[in-house]
Design a protein around this ligand. Structure first.
Ligand SMILES: N[C@@H](CCC(=O)N[C@@H](CS)C(=O)NCC(=O)O)C(=O)O
Length: 222
């Protein structure tokens, strides 16, 4: 493996940095993990000198600096030729694989973060039940493609575990933390449980738990 410089990853418990952290662990990379309190933009202001966005994940590999959780797994597969966790461009399902990779954040995680912000993270006077509820419904509606796809599949593509499973599972896992999983379809719940049972997920999901301010949040049903 061409991995001479040590990869660095900045991470907060349960944040999107779980995607690259899980990928690094599955692939057996040697890496340095820097844990931060959430949100680092507020609680660890010197992080802004490293990542001006203040967001998590932040990933460094030699001259490469990355801020997109769904891109880092793809980078690892292609930069290090780790197609045991990905699909090559010549694979018939390559387009599907890329689609799930981008779908995971742009389509699935985006509405969840708005629900999370207006349901939990804003100051009480700025919270909005209506916004949180609207974006929860939007997220559930956006699961339709995944629900259909998972009816007869163990993994998303290529008939094997890939980084696309990591990025999409994170969206389902975040939904579970938010209490949205009550509306998941049976095949989607089974898929989530299968992915979460992987030893690498089990190992990394607990990192930072003791100091975390986001261990989960069950929706107010009233
Ligand atoms: N599209 C980016 C979004 C990164 C992002 O917004 N991360 C959240 C945590 S899940 C964050 O750092 N929020 C804190 C903030 O915006 O200050 C990705 O997928 O990595």
């Amino acid at each position: 493996m061409d991995n001479k410089t040590k990869i660095k990853l900045w991470h907060c418990h349960n944040a999107r940095s779980l995607r690259p952290l899980w990928a690094l662990e599955e692939m057996g990379f040697d890496y340095e993990l820097i844990e931060l309190p959430f949100p680092p933009r507020v609680l660890k202001k010197d992080f802004l000198a490293i990542n001006p966005l203040g967001t998590i994940p932040y990933f460094v590999d030699d001259q490469t600096h990355m801020t997109e959780s769904s891109a880092i797994g793809l980078y690892l597969v292609e930069r290090y030729q780790r197609y045991d966790f990905g699909l090559e461009p010549s694979h018939p399902e390559y387009g599907d694989y890329l689609n799930w990779q981008f779908h995971s954040d742009a389509t699935l995680t985006f509405p969840q973060t708005v629900a999370l912000r207006y349901g939990l993270f804003e100051k009480p006077e700025r919270r909005s039940k209506q916004v949180a509820e609207d974006y929860r419904k939007w997220f559930i509606a956006r699961l339709s493609l995944l629900n259909k796809h998972l009816i007869d599949r163990e993994f998303l593509c290529g008939n094997k575990f890939t980084v696309a499973d990591i990025t999409v599972t994170y969206a389902l896992y975040l939904g579970e933390l938010l209490g949205f999983d009550k509306e998941y379809e049976p095949q989607t719940i089974e898929y989530l449980q299968r992915m979460k049972a992987r030893p690498a997920f089990q190992k990394v999901v607990i990192i930072g738990e003791e100091n975390s301010n986001f261990k989960g949040f069950k929706r107010d049903e009233s």
